[in-house]
Design a binder for this molecule. Structure first.
Ligand code: TYC
Length: 102
């Protein structure tokens, strides 16, 4: 006998073959003008980081040129990029936020 929750049923076997959704890294890029404190506040506000983690990520971007803020499905990643870009523009900072497939 099979029940709807039995993994041997046709529906469940099909589900196991469905690929997981592609994931996207959201990254900040370094520049010479955005204040460090503003970048830390962005990482706290939009990526849910505590102050210590946000400071570590900001310094990594500052030293290495880019750094990952989080990894999300396409729609969430695209929304983060839009929100951070709009917020930075509103504050007249050139901070760049981009995404790429993880
Ligand atoms: N390089 C900037 C400065 O020296 C700080 C900075 C860090 C800017 C991270 C952007 O994504 C960034 N004020």
């Amino acid at each position: 006998m099979t029940s709807p929750n039995d993994p041997s049923t046709v529906a469940e076997r099909q589900e196991q073959r469905v690929k997981p959704p592609p994931m996207y890294q959201v990254m900040l890029l370094n520049d010479d003008f955005t204040p460090m404190e503003f970048v830390v506040s962005v990482l706290q506000k939009f990526f849910g980081m505590g102050r210590e983690k946000a400071t570590q990520v900001m310094l990594k971007v500052h030293r290495e040129g880019r750094g990952v803020c989080g990894i999300y499905p396409l729609d969430v990643a695209a929304t983060k990029v839009d929100q951070v870009s709009a917020y930075s523009r509103e504050h007249q900072h050139p901070l760049q936020c981009v995404m790429e497939e993880a």
